[in-house]
Ligand binder design. Structure first.
Ligand code: ADP
Ligand code: ADP
Length: 222
């Protein structure tokens, strides 16, 4: 589902954020991405979401070589990849329903169908009753669940999460991971960047570890 072949990302002023990274994430696979701050985790996720382009190497998602996609095809690609951020990135002046509907509006979906899909996504994360609330009135865990609903509403085959539980206490973190498990069970491919080694240890999923931009371990033995 995701294939990196000798991918390097260089920032002029900082050197290589990723160096010669190769791996494959199979369809339906759920894996963690770990490593110290600055190891390259966010960069790797941003390349998959086409928020950035690699300096060298090849990268494909769902069989599509991303190097072959032009600028106008990027919005379509982004709908295939749901992204979840630590800081949620919700629009503060739009209510929960409107925030979650953004990817579908961008896709030009009919309002009736859109309403159904947004409510189905809110129901999945247990927030149906809060559809009219503004994000600022919600707890941190609720805001993160809105971010997750927005990431899944267009039913992408791939979900990426960048430190999704970074601001949450252990009980809320487990709730969020429980949601990820449910997407995993219905066949979504997930790549989750996290520092939370304790949680990773309890999960038994594949773990990719980055160190200074290199992929130094794959699986549980780090
Ligand atoms: P992580 O997510 O593991 O903390 P990042 O991918 O954010 O790591 O960063 C990897 C390295 O690349 C760091 O040295 C960071 O400062 C650098 N970096 C990330 N984004 C940029 C950018 N847009 N411009 C320059 N350097 C960057
Ligand atoms: P996060 O990992 O929480 O998404 P980052 O700190 O990696 O946040 O990046 C936030 C923004 O700042 C991104 O657009 C990234 O490209 C940019 N950025 C990160 N590190 C650097 C850096 N060293 N120099 C310039 N821009 C950076």
């Amino acid at each position: 589902m995701i294939r990196f072949e000798h991918v390097t990302k260089r920032y002029a002023e900082r050197g290589d954020a990723l160096r010669d990274v190769s791996f494959t994430l199979e369809p339906g696979e759920m894996a963690f991405l770990t490593g110290h701050s600055g190891a390259g985790k966010s960069t790797l996720l941003r390349l998959i979401g086409l928020l950035e382009r690699p300096t060298r190497g090849r990268l494909s998602v769902a069989g599509q070589d991303l190097g072959a996609l032009g600028r106008r095809q990027i919005p379509l690609h982004r709908r295939r990849v749901g992204m979840i951020f630590q800081d949620h990135r919700l629009l503060p002046d739009r209510n929960v329903f409107d925030n979650v509907s953004l990817p579908l509006l961008a896709a030009g979906m009919h309002p009736r169908e859109l309403g159904k899909r947004v409510r189905a996504a809110l129901d999945q994360v247990g927030l149906l009753r809060l559809e009219h609330a503004l994000p600022t009135s919600l707890s941190s865990g609720e805001q993160q669940r809105v971010g997750i609903a927005r990431a899944v509403v267009a039913r992408p085959p791939v979900i990426l999460a960048d430190e999704p539980t970074g601001n949450l206490d252990p009980a809320l973190s487990r709730e969020i991971f429980h949601l990820f498990e449910r997407f995993h069970q219905v066949g979504v491919s997930l790549l989750i960047a996290t520092h939370d080694l304790e949680l990773i240890a309890t999960q038994g999923h594949r773990t990719l570890r980055l160190h200074q931009g290199r992929l130094v371990a794959d699986s549980g033995n780090w």
